[in-house]
Design a protein around this ligand. Structure first.
Ligand code: HPA
Length: 251
């Protein structure tokens, strides 16, 4: 199926969608959670396999985006926000954005989750109509529901500030030093453009990082993309435990 420019996909039964879910690099959704599935779009070219499907989970209609485009791959802002445009075109009101991120907070461990409570945007290519934007990008209500879900299934989650960079490389030692100094808790190369764009469309957003690697100034090795992907896949287990309890709380 070709990705339509108007980004409005025909959904089975015209169901009201309870949630759009963006799965970041390596973040997996376990099949056991998916009750029925309707593939809307698939693209296997490029670094990140892209798949869009509607499905039911906990009896609710969910729109899933696996894979996203990044600035470091050379994509435009239009492509980077395409998932949000699709979600908005489908009448989505709630979005859970996930990503793989490097952990900066000394209390974090590989594979843990972090609820993004605020961000610092280091991408200078965001040219939106900002007239209806304020600084409350993250829905307090969805955050509360997500934290509640974590508690219900006994999954540890941190809360913190996400720094968003264009990339393409992971952090140098000097960059890690600065990021720690300004008290970022996690760093990555996605999410913030989507969050800002979604807020402009009046969509409620909650965003969660999967900490795939720890950014340590004195470590000899830096993370590789493959390590990040495999850690994200294994760390997704906690996210998959939380999802049903989170979705249960949505309309
Ligand atoms: N830095 C930036 N982006 C990332 C990282 C990182 O260490 N890990 C996963 N995405």
């Amino acid at each position: 199926m070709k990705h339509k420019k108007d980004y409005s996909f025909k959904l089975i039964n015209n169901n009201n969608i309870s949630l759009a879910l963006i799965l970041g690099s390596g973040v997996e959704l376990e099949n056991r959670l998916v009750e029925s599935k309707n593939i809307l779009f698939e693209d296997n070219t490029g670094v990140h396999h892209k798949l869009i499907y509607s499905c039911t989970m906990q009896g609710k209609a969910i729109l899933v985006f696996k894979g996203r485009k990044h600035f470091y791959e050379g994509w435009s802002l239009d492509e980077i926000t395409a998932n949000i445009k699709t979600a908005s075109g489908c009448g989505v009101e709630n979005i859970l954005v996930t990503n793989a991120a490097g952990g900066l907070n000394e209390n974090f461990k590989d594979g843990e989750l972090m609820l993004i409570t605020s961000h610092i945007n280091f991408i200078d290519k965001l040219k939106f109509d900002s007239s209806n934007l304020n600084r409350n990008f993250y829905s307090k209500d969805l955050q509360k529901k997500f934290l509640e879900a974590c508690k219900m299934v006994n999954v540890k989650i941190h809360e913190g500030t996400y720094g968003c960079y264009t990339g393409p490389t992971y952090e140098t030692k000097a960059e890690i030093r600065v990021q720690k100094k300004i008290k970022l808790d996690a760093a990555g190369m996605s999410t913030v453009p989507e969050v800002i764009f979604a807020a402009g469309k009046n969509i409620n957003v909650v965003a969660v990082s999967v900490i795939t690697n720890l950014l340590k100034e004195n470590a000899v090795l830096t993370a590789s993309h493959d390590e990040v992907l495999s850690m994200a896949a294994s760390a997704s287990k906690d996210l998959n435990k939380v999802l049903p309890a989170f979705i249960n709380q949505l309309n």
